[in-house]
Ligand binder design. Structure first.
Ligand code: NAP
Length: 302
């Protein structure tokens, strides 16, 4: 039996539209409704037939739902939860896909009954945004981290986990704080570093003119993909996961200083040891199926 029969998606961008497409593909009998604050996005959603019904107001999109998934930027979660609270059926479960979990858990449980709130984070995405950027297979063989609150109903949590498995994801449960610490290292800090490097190179470009772009295949190009990610989404991530990101940034700065010292003093062994360790990490990511082994991220060279 399917875990849910009537799913409502609020926020129809990359993640919301990917969920809609995946539900259509893997659970075609589910009735899909949804809403986006942006009238242009609603218009596109109707044109591409993303859902069975696109509502002009968030409340109208949830009146009949047994699962509501909030797919808006992390900073907007609390406001959207408040907007739907009065129209939510008594037995509906509310989940979300936000990239930070402690702040979202707090925002949702402030306005909704905690037993019916089951936050989650599919660790899958691209640097693109909007309803046309989504695709049905985005979550396949990617992790979805489910972070129930102490008061979340266990049966509701199991249904949300079942939902994500049916979309192709591998599911793991975590406490919201622990999620935020892990993701600060694996996702938030790398984005901050990419935003910094690309910004620094852009400043430098005033001096070197087009050389930064011309020779970007030397490594810079891979940072530019991450640094092209949605500015609103990432602004909210850093403001919401402030403590964990600052803690990881402190450790990163200390490690960077050590490498700086090794370069200054010609300590080749220290550099070689560090680079050998990091190469092994890349190998284990590929071995665990989280990336492709193809050279240069599978780019064509013909
Ligand atoms: P997106 O493509 O920009 O889509 C977000 C959509 O939500 C936009 O259409 C936006 O409208 C709409 N929206 C904003 N505030 C709203 C509100 N108050 N009510 C209704 N709709 C509203 O972003 P996304 O990449 O799908 O990200 C959505 C969520 O997924 C975020 O919480 C993010 O942290 C999480 N997430 C993202 C990724 C990723 O790689 N992108 C991965 C995992 C999780 P506008 O046109 O006004 O912006």
């Amino acid at each position: 039996m399917l875990p849910f029969a009537r799913v409502s998606i609020i926020g129809l961008g990359l993640i919301g539209s990917s969920i809609a497409r995946a539900v259509r593909q893997y659970m075609p009998t589910v009735r899909l409704t949804g809403h986006d604050a942006d009238a242009g996005v609603r218009e596109i959603a109707r044109r591409i037939d993303l859902l069975d019904d696109v509502a002009d107001h968030a409340g109208a999109a949830v009146t009949d739902a047994d699962l509501v998934i909030l797919c808006v930027p992390v900073g907007a979660m609390g406001a959207v939860a408040a907007e739907i609270a009065a129209d939510l059926p008594a037995d509906a479960i509310v989940s979300d896909v936000g990239s930070c979990k402690a702040s979202v858990a707090q925002a949702l449980s402030a306005v909704l009954p905690a037993a019916r709130v089951v936050p989650a984070h599919p660790v899958a995405g691209t640097e693109q945004s909007g309803p046309e950027a989504g695709f049905a297979t985005l979550f396949r063989r990617r992790w979805c981290i489910v972070t129930p609150l102490p008061d979340s109903d266990e049966a509701a949590t199991i249904r949300v986990e079942d939902f994500w498995r049916r979309l192709g994801a591998d599911v793991e449960r975590m406490a919201p704080d622990h999620h935020d610490l892990v993701l600060a290292v694996t996702s938030h800090l790398p984005h901050l570093i990419a935003y910094t490097i690309v910004g620094t190179a852009d400043d430098l470009q005033q001096v070197t003119q087009s050389e930064v772009i011309k020779f970007s295949a030397g490594g810079f190009r891979d940072f530019t993909r991450i640094a092209a990610s949605d500015p609103v989404m990432w602004r909210d991530v850093f403001l919401s996961n402030k403590d964990a990101v600052l803690e990881m940034l402190q450790r990163f700065s200390e490690d960077l200083s050590q490498l700086q010292r090794a370069i200054r003093w010609g300590d080749g062994d220290a550099l070689h040891d560090r680079f050998a360790r990091t190469r092994a990490i890349r190998r284990s990511i590929v071995d665990q199926g989280q990336d492709d082994a193809a050279a240069d991220f599978g780019r064509r060279h013909d």
